[in-house]
Design a protein. Structure first.
Length: 88
C-alpha cells in the first residue's frame, strides 16, 4: 500500500525496476565471443566440454566459482533499504 505522495502502483513499479536491473546485470555478465582454450586467471586448460557448453567461456570452473562468490557478496541490493533504516 503506497502512502503520501506516491501513487498506488509505486511499490510494484519499484519491484519491477529492481527485477529489470537484475536481469540486465545478469545479461551483461554472460560470456561473448570465442571460448578460450586456457583460463584467463590461472592459465589451466579449459575442458572441451565446457568450451562447447558455454560459448565465450573465459575461466576454468575453479576460477569461475571464485568469481561467482565475489559477485554474490555484492548482490542483494535493496532499493527500499531495511525496515530499521526507514524507522530512524
Amino acid at each position: 500500500m503506497a502512502s503520501g505522495w506516491a501513487n498506488d502502483d509505486a511499490v510494484q513499479e519499484q519491484i519491477d525496476s529492481s527485477i529489470e536491473d537484475a536481469v540486465q546485470r545478469a545479461r551483461n555478465q554472460l560470456p561473448r565471443g570465442e571460448s578460450r582454450a586456457c583460463c584467463e586467471e590461472c592459465d589451466t586448460p579449459i575442458p572441451l566440454a565446457r568450451r562447447q557448453a558455454i560459448q565465450g567461456v573465459r575461466l576454468c570452473i575453479a576460477c569461475q566459482v571464485e568469481q561467482d562468490k565475489q559477485q554474490g557478496a555484492a548482490a542483494g541490493y535493496n532499493r527500499r533499504g531495511s525496515k530499521d533504516s526507514q524507522l530512524r
